[in-house]
Write a protein that binds this ligand. Structure first.
Ligand SMILES: Nc1ncnc2c1ncn2[C@@H]1O[C@H](COP(=O)(O)OP(=O)(O)OP(=O)(O)O)[C@@H](O)[C@H]1O
Length: 375
C-alpha cells in the first residue's frame, strides 16, 4: 500500500499542507516543534483511525477549531482510492472511501496498513501486556484478516460469561458458553502462535544484527497457564468458583502477552539496558514489517518518527542500511532534525522526496537544495 497524496486540514500546528509523496522514501526534516511528527500522526490516523501519540482525538485538532480533516489518495493492492477522514470536537467521525461512507475501522486497517516506530514505543517491554498484545494482534490481523471475526465472537461470549459471573449465576448457566468459548479461544491462539512462529526467525536474526550474540525469542503466553495439560475446558471448570468471586473470567485471550525471552528464560525487560531495549523494539518492528512483506496481503507504510533521537550512530547506520535494502514496494516516511546522518540513505535512493518543515509550513526541497537548510 502507498499514500500518493495527502491534504491535512487543521491538525495541530500544521498550516494545512497538501503533499505529493514518493512511493519509496519521504523525509521530513526541520527544527523541534516544527510539525514533523504531526504529519506522521496524520498518516497513522489514516490507517488506524486514531493517533499514536494521544488517546484524545481533540488534542489533534488545531486549537480554536472544531474539527480536523485528512484527504488522501492511496494505492492499495494496485487499485487507486480516495480516502477522507473527518473528526469533530464532539467526537463525530466521518470516514469516506471513494465518496462512500465507511462504518468500520477494520475497513481502514485492511486498506491502509501503517506501521510505526517512534520513541513513544521504546518502553514496550516494561509496559503492561496490553500494549504488547496490541502489537501482536496488529500483526496477526494483517497476515490473516479472518482473525477479526473470531476475536469479535470470542470477546462477545467473554462479555456475556463475565456478566453472568458478576450476577453470581450458577455453574450450569455459565458453563453453557464454555464449549464455544474454548473453541474460539483456541482458534485465536493458533493464529497468534502461527504469527509468532513466522516472526521469530526474522526477529532473532535482526536481534543478532543489533544486539550481538544474545539469543532472544518471542514466546506467546496465551492468556492462561496449563501446567498439567488439562485443556481450557477443564481450567474453566477448576476456576469457576474463583471466577465467580472475582466477577470475571481469569483465563482468556484478553490476558495474552508476548514474552521477550533471552536464552529461553530471562525476561528481556528485566535484563536489557534501556538502550538495548530500544534496539530490541526496533528489531521487533522491522521483523513485523518483514512478516507482512512475506506473508501479508500488502506491505504496510512504515513511519519512523525522530529516527536520530534514540539510537547511537552505529545502530542508526545499521537501521538506515536496512531501510535502504527494503523492497521497492515499501513506502517509508522518516522525520529527523538534521539530515547529515541520513546522507548515505539519501544518496542511495533515487526515488525520494525531501520536505522541510518549520512553524507548521511544509515545503518540498530538491536534493541539491538541502545544503542551504543545513547551513
Ligand atoms: N492542538 C494543537 N493546536 C495547535 N498546535 C499544537 C496542537 N498540539 C500541539 N501543537 C504544537 O504543534 C507543534 C508541532 O509538534 P510536533 O511534535 O509535530 O513537532 P516535531 O517537528 O515533530 O517536533 P520534535 O522534533 O520536537 O519532535 C508543537 O509546537 C506543539 O506545541
Amino acid at each position: 500500500m502507498r499514500v500518493n497524496q495527502l491534504t491535512i486540514t487543521q491538525v495541530r500546528n500544521l498550516q494545512n499542507p497538501s503533499l505529493n509523496f514518493s512511493p519509496r522514501l519521504n523525509i521530513f526534516f526541520g527544527p523541534n516543534a516544527a510539525g514533523k511528527s504531526s504529519i506522521l500522526e496524520s498518516l497513522y490516523i489514516l490507517g488506524n483511525g486514531r493517533s499514536f501519540r494521544t488517546t484524545k482525538h481533540n488534542n489533534v485538532i488545531t486549537e480554536n477549531n472544531h474539527d480536523f480533516t485528512l484527504f488522501a489518495k492511496v494505492e492499495s493492492s494496485d487499485i487507486n482510492h480516495q480516502l477522507g477522514f473527518n473528526r469533530q470536537r464532539n467526537g463525530d467521525t466521518t470516514i469516506k472511501l471513494n465518496s462512500e461512507p465507511v462504518n468500520r475501522l477494520s475497513t481502514l486497517a485492511k486498506l491502509c496498513p501503517v506501521q510505526i516506530l517512534s520513541p513513544e514505543q521504546y518502553d514496550l517491554l516494561v509496559k503492561g501486556p496490553g500494549a504488547r498484545r496490541k502489537q501482536l494482534d496488529w500483526g496477526v490481523f494483517h497476515v490473516e484478516h479472518s482473525v477479526l471475526e473470531v476475536w469479535q465472537k470470542t470477546n462477545k461470549i467473554l462479555q456475556h460469561r463475565n456478566k453472568l459471573l458478576k450476577q453470581k449465576s450458577g455453574y450450569s448457566d455459565v458453563s453453557v458458553w464454555d464449549n464455544q468459548l474454548v473453541s474460539l479461544s483456541e482458534q485465536v491462539t493458533q493464529l497468534r502462535q502461527a504469527y509468532c512462529d513466522k516472526i521469530n526467525p526474522l526477529f532473532s536474526q535482526l536481534c543478532q544484527q543489533f544486539l550481538g550474540q544474545l539469543d532472544i525469542k518471542i514466546n506467546l503466553f496465551p492468556g492462561w497457564t496449563d501446567k498439567h495439560s488439562i485443556g481450557l475446558s477443564a481450567i474453566y471448570r477448576e476456576q469457576f468458583e474463583k471466577d465467580k468471586k472475582l466477577g470475571f473470567t481469569q483465563s482468556s485471550i484478553q490476558k495474552a502477552d508476548l514474552k521477550f525471552l533471552i536464552d529461553g528464560t530471562k525476561s528481556a525487560g528485566d535484563y536489557l539496558s534501556r538502550g538495548q531495549q530500544k534496539l530490541l523494539i526496533t528489531a521487533f518492528k522491522l521483523a513485523q514489517l518483514k512478516v507482512m512483506q512475506a506473508y501479508g496481503q500488502q506491505a504496510p507504510v512504515f513511519l519512523l518518527d525522530d529516527i536520530g533521537a534514540e539510537l547511537d550512530e552505529r545502530h542508526q547506520n545499521q537501521l538506515l542500511d536496512l531501510l535502504a535494502s527494503q523492497p521497492n514496494n515499501q513506502q517509508i516516511f522518516i522525520t529527523c532534525v538534521h539530515l547529515e546522518p541520513l546522507k548515505p540513505l539519501i544518496s542511495h535512493c533515487d526515488d525520494l522526496k525531501l520536505f522541510h518543515v518549520e512553524h507548521g509550513v511544509v515545503k518540498e526541497v530538491a536534493k541539491d537544495e538541502i545544503e542551504v537548510y543545513e547551513a
